[in-house]
Design a protein around this ligand. Structure first.
Ligand SMILES: C[S@@+](CC[C@H](N)C(=O)[O-])C[C@H]1O[C@@H](n2cnc3c(N)ncnc32)[C@H](O)[C@@H]1O
Length: 309
């Protein structure tokens, strides 16, 4: 099946996160419950994942600070992301939390949640029953749903099942997901979100600047794994990343490469992380950071000023 290599990118991302967590790059008490250990990744990959996870988290925190417990979070192509459980541990409550991915991936996530008490007890709400199928799980304000994001009708009906409220402030997260979806489908999805939700923010982590030698090597690696990069056009540069949202009717969008994001992270934590593993030379990490970005888009005035400062 042509989507299998795309679904397998979740295993790779989760293995990399697990590896970096176990080396102490950041704390995540749950990732080991979803994915088995594999070989140790290079120091550059570990640091790249640190910047990715902490960079995305920086915007999540800014959003939640403003939106408070009325916030909704919708993670598109969630894979084995553990943010829901990490927020619970930090005593941060949201109105609704929805995770979506291909049914093959959500099925595996459902299975892991059912198997591990630490995961299940944090989603269990004694006031409401757990609704569970082989690919979908609804428990209180947590919803894990199998869907192909290219199918807008199915997406719409699935998020209705998750009791989404279009009037609440809503954060969309996509970490290395849109690049696998045809540009036309992404455009329709972003336009639909933009018109339906009154006040929303989209945090998109993805490749950028792919038209140079390093970018071409990255592309070739992904193609060699059989991944069709149908949404690659938007990854040309920071402008195309921003334009994608503006063309879909969003009020604004700003994109930063990961060099800027990395330096916006708290310096004490950066210095701590830089001591975990020694980098032989800085060139590789600089190139890696130049080829990934975070683009933040917003609709409505409430979240127009989310910045890296
Ligand atoms: C690189 S992984 C990232 C997973 C997770 N966001 C993370 O950062 O750990 C990409 C994810 O996007 C999902 N994905 C890609 N295209 C999709 C589609 N059309 N519908 C649903 N999920 C999709 C894949 O199944 C995979 O889990």
């Amino acid at each position: 099946m042509e989507d299998e290599p795309i679904q397998a990118t979740n295993d790779d991302a989760s293995e990399c996160k697990r590896c970096a967590v176990q080396l102490g790059y950041w704390q995540d008490n749950y990732i080991t419950l979803f994915i088995k250990p594999t070989e140790r990744r290079t120091p550059e990959i570990n640091r790249g994942y640190y910047a990715r996870v902490k960079g995305v988290e920086m915007f999540i925190e800014k959003f939640l600070k403003k939106a408070g417990d009325q916030a909704q979070i919708i993670n598109l192509g969630c894979g084995f992301d553990t943010l829901y459980w990490r927020l619970k541990d930090a005593d941060i409550n949201v109105a609704n939390y929805v995770e979506l991915d291909f049914p093959n991936v959500t099925g595996r996530k459902c299975y892991a949640i059912k198997r591990h008490k630490q995961l299940l007890e944090r989603i269990h709400d004694p006031d409401s029953e757990i609704r569970l199928s082989s690919t979908d799980l609804h428990a209180g304000n947590y919803h894990l749903i199998g869907v192909d994001l290219r199918n807008l009708k199915e997406f719409e009906s699935k998020i209705i099942q998750a009791e989404i409220n279009y009037t609440l402030p809503t954060l969309f997260i996509a970490e290395c997901v849109l690049v696998y979806i045809e540009s036309e489908c992404v455009h329709k999805l972003l336009s639909w979100i933009g018109t339906k939700f009154q006040s929303s923010v989209f945090v998109n982590y993805e490749m950028v600047n792919l038209h140079d030698i390093f970018g071409n090597i990255m592309l070739e690696n992904l193609k060699a794994r059989g991944c069709n990069l149908a949404g690659i056009d938007a990854c040309k540069n920071l402008e195309t990343q921003q334009e994608r949202f503006k063309k879909a009717g969003w009020d604004g969008a700003t994109a930063w490469d990961m060099i800027k994001i990395y330096h916006a992270l708290p310096s004490t934590d950066r210095h701590r992380v830089e001591k975990i593993e020694f980098l032989d030379e800085q060139e590789v990490i600089v190139q890696l950071f130049q080829h990934y970005c975070i683009c933040v888009a917003w609709n409505g005035t409430e979240f127009a000023d989310l910045d890296i400062t």
